[in-house]
Ligand binder design. Structure first.
Ligand SMILES: Cc1cc2nc3c(=O)[nH]c(=O)nc-3n(C[C@H](O)[C@H](O)[C@H](O)COP(=O)(O)OP(=O)(O)OC[C@H]3O[C@@H](n4cnc5c(N)ncnc54)[C@H](O)[C@@H]3O)c2cc1C
Length: 370
C-alpha cells in the first residue's frame, strides 16, 4: 500500500479520463491518473475528432451542445498540436426525403439556439465544389469543429499534472478493490473514489457492465489542401448510426489541418478482431466516391480501426455504478466521446462535489440501464 490516498483515482488516459482528471484537479480534488499503455492511445487515437452537435435524442443533443460550448470556450488555450479547426459541418442531403430531414433538423437546432443554415442545390455546390452535381442540398452547422484527439488527451493530462495530479503510465489496473485499485504489478493505490474511464475495456474492471465494442474503420489520404472546407456527413449517416445490429458504412469526411482528408466511417458489432478489413474499406471508399467523384483520383496513405464503447441506449454512463457507489463510470461514449469528453467531465465532478449541473444528469446516470 502506498502512503498517499487520493480523493479520486481515474483509470484510463483516453480523452474522457484525461478530461475528468483535469476537472477533478480544478475542483481541488487530489487525483491520480492510471493508464495501462499510452495517453490517448485507445479509441481516442482511432477517432475522427469531429466536435459535433447531434440530435438523435434530446439527451444526446443536450450533452453534445453543452460540450461543444465548453470546447469553444477552451479553444484559445489549446496548443497548436490539438489542431482545433472551426470548419463547421455540412449534413449533405441527396434527395427530397433527406431535404425534409434537413428542414426538421434546422427547426430543432434553431429552436435550441444553434446557428444553422439550409443550403439548396446551388449553395451546396458553391460551398463544396467537389461534391457531385445534383445533390438536393444540406444543412450547415457553423459551430461544429475538428480537433486532433490524442494531442487533446495529452494536453488535458499535462494540465491535470500541473494542477497536482499524479500520473502513472504503463501501469494496467488489475482490479478495483475496497481501498482503491490494485495494479497488475501487485502494488496498490488508495482512493476515496475510483473512476472507470477505460472505454471499451470498462467491463473488464466493472464486470457485468453492458458496454459493447463497436468497430469502426477510417482511411487517411495524402495532402490535398483546399479539396474540402467543411466536415461533410451524409444524412443517411443517421440511419446507419442508429442500427444496433447490422454492419453499416456511411459517407463522412473531414479536412485536416495538414491538408489530408480523413474518410469514415463504418460500424460493426460483435467483431473482436481489430484488423483492417479490405471489404469494409472498399465499401466505405465507394460510398465516399459516390459523393465526391474526384476523390477516386487521390492517394490513400493508411487505414486503421478502433472500437467505440457502445451502450444500449447510445448515451454514455456518467455517475456512480449501481453495484458500488464509490466506483464512478465515465464510459460508453460510442461515436461521440471526443465531443462529449468535456461535458462528461463536468457532469462527473458535479456529482462528486455536489455542484448544480448545467444540464440534467438523469439521462446519463448508470442506474437507468441497470
Ligand atoms: C472510427 C471512429 C471514429 C470516431 N469519430 C469520432 C468523432 O468524430 N467525434 C467524436 O466525438 N468521437 C468519435 N469517436 C468516438 C471516440 O473516439 C471515443 O468515444 C472516445 O475516444 C472514447 O474515449 P475514452 O477515453 O472513453 O476511451 P479510450 O480512448 O479508449 O481510452 C481508454 C483508455 O483506458 C486505458 N485502459 C484500458 N484498460 C485499462 C486498465 N485496466 N488500466 C489502466 N488503463 C486502462 C486504455 O489503454 C485507453 O488509453 C470515434 C471512434 C471511432 C472508433
Amino acid at each position: 500500500m502506498t502512503a498517499r490516498a487520493y480523493d479520486v483515482i481515474v483509470i484510463g488516459g483516453g480523452i474522457v479520463g484525461a478530461a475528468c482528471a483535469v476537472e477533478c484537479a480544478a475542483a481541488k480534488l487530489s487525483v491520480a491518473i492510471i493508464e495501462a499503455r499510452m495517453i490517448g492511445g485507445g479509441a481516442t487515437a482511432a477517432g475522427m475528432g469531429h466536435l459535433v452537435v447531434m440530435d438523435d435524442s434530446e439527451a444526446q443533443f443536450a450533452l453534445t451542445r453543452y460540450s461543444q460550448v465548453l470546447w469553444s470556450e477552451l479553444q484559445d488555450e489549446l496548443p497548436q498540436t490539438v489542431e482545433y479547426d472551426a470548419c463547421g459541418t455540412i449534413w449533405v442531403a441527396a434527395d427530397d426525403e433527406e431535404m425534409a430531414e434537413v428542414r426538421r433538423k434546422q427547426r430543432y437546432y434553431s429552436d435550441c439556439g444553434v446557428a444553422v443554415e439550409v443550403l439548396d442545390e446551388r449553395s451546396l455546390a458553391e460551398a463544396e465544389p467537389n461534391l457531385r452535381p445534383g445533390l438536393a442540398g444540406g444543412l450547415r452547422v457553423a459551430g461544429d469543429s475538428v480537433i486532433y484527439p490524442p494531442c487533446a488527451a495529452q494536453f488535458f493530462v499535462e494540465r491535470a499534472v500541473e494542477r497536482g495530479a499524479a500520473l502513472f503510465v504503463g501501469q494496467p489496473v488489475a482490479a478495483v478493490t475496497r481501498e482503491g485499485v490494485r495494479l497488475r504489478d501487485g502494488s496498490s493505490l488508495a482512493g476515496g473514489l475510483v473512476v472507470n474511464a477505460t472505454g471499451s475495456w470498462s467491463p473488464e474492471l466493472t464486470p457485468g457492465l453492458n458496454v459493447k465494442k463497436r468497430k469502426g474503420h477510417l482511411v487517411i489520404t495524402d495532402r490535398y489542401p483546399r479539396f474540402l472546407r467543411h466536415q461533410l456527413v451524409e444524412l443517411g449517416y443517421l440511419k446507419s448510426a442508429h442500427s444496433v445490429t447490422a454492419d453499416s458504412v456511411a459517407f463522412n469526411i473531414q479536412p485536416r489541418r495538414t491538408g489530408q482528408l480523413l474518410i469514415g466511417s463504418s460500424r460493426q458489432y460483435g467483431v473482436e478482431n481489430g484488423g483492417v478489413e479490405s471489404s469494409v474499406v472498399t465499401r466505405m471508399l465507394a460510398r465516399a466516391i459516390e459523393y465526391l467523384p474526384s476523390l477516386g483520383k487521390l492517394s490513400a496513405l493508411r487505414a486503421w480501426t478502433g472500437f467505440r464503447a457502445a451502450t444500449v441506449d447510445k448515451l454514455p454512463l456518467i455517475g456512480p455504478s449501481v453495484e458500488d457507489e464509490r466506483v464512478f463510470l465515465a464510459t460508453g461514449h460510442e461515436g461521440l466521446g471526443i465531443t462529449t469528453s468535456l461535458g462528461t467531465a463536468k457532469l462527473l465532478v458535479d456529482q462528486i462535489v455536489k455542484r448544480e449541473p448545467a444540464i440534467s444528469l438523469e439521462p446519463y446516470l448508470p442506474a437507468r440501464v441497470s
